[in-house]
Design a binder for this molecule. Structure first.
Ligand code: ZN
Length: 133
């Protein structure tokens, strides 16, 4: 599947409808493209026990990894009119699989509303990696 950054962002935006965010009302959608062209979406899922909350990015990754995917090309993240960059946990989680994944966000309308495309290594320059045995 060949997909533009704009289209991937639109898919992330569309996924937001399924976010479960009754506490923050901060609804996030993610659209993850694997290197072999498959698409997985995710949304943030909050929980009454706040620590059980999971971000949209990790939901998309977990769906893909559990379907056997390990290599990822790009991920778009939408929080509507607010730019949503991945949190620290998600940056590390993604780094495990694809340090060079492109992370696509969108500036808020007040900041110009442009898509931003950055390699994950720009957001997490020195991710933690254990030796694999
Ligand atoms: Zn996160």
């Amino acid at each position: 599947m060949n997909i533009t950054n704009e289209k991937l962002y639109e898919i992330a935006e569309g996924a937001r409808v399924n976010a479960y965010a009754p506490f923050s009302n901060f609804c996030v959608g993610a659209a993850l493209l694997t290197k072999d062209g498959e698409l997985f979406t995710g949304v943030n899922i909050e929980n009454s026990s706040y620590g059980a909350t999971i971000c949209a990015e990790r939901v998309a990754f977990v769906k893909a990894i559990s379907e056997g995917k390990r290599e990822f090309a790009k991920i778009a993240i939408s929080a509507g009119d607010e730019e949503s960059v991945p949190c620290g946990i998600c940056r590390q989680f993604m780094y495990e699989f694809s340090p060079e994944i492109e992370v696509i966000t969108k500036a808020s309308p007040e900041d110009g509303g442009e898509l931003k495309v950055r390699p994950l290594t720009a957001l997490l320059p020195e991710g933690f990696v254990l030796e694999r045995s």
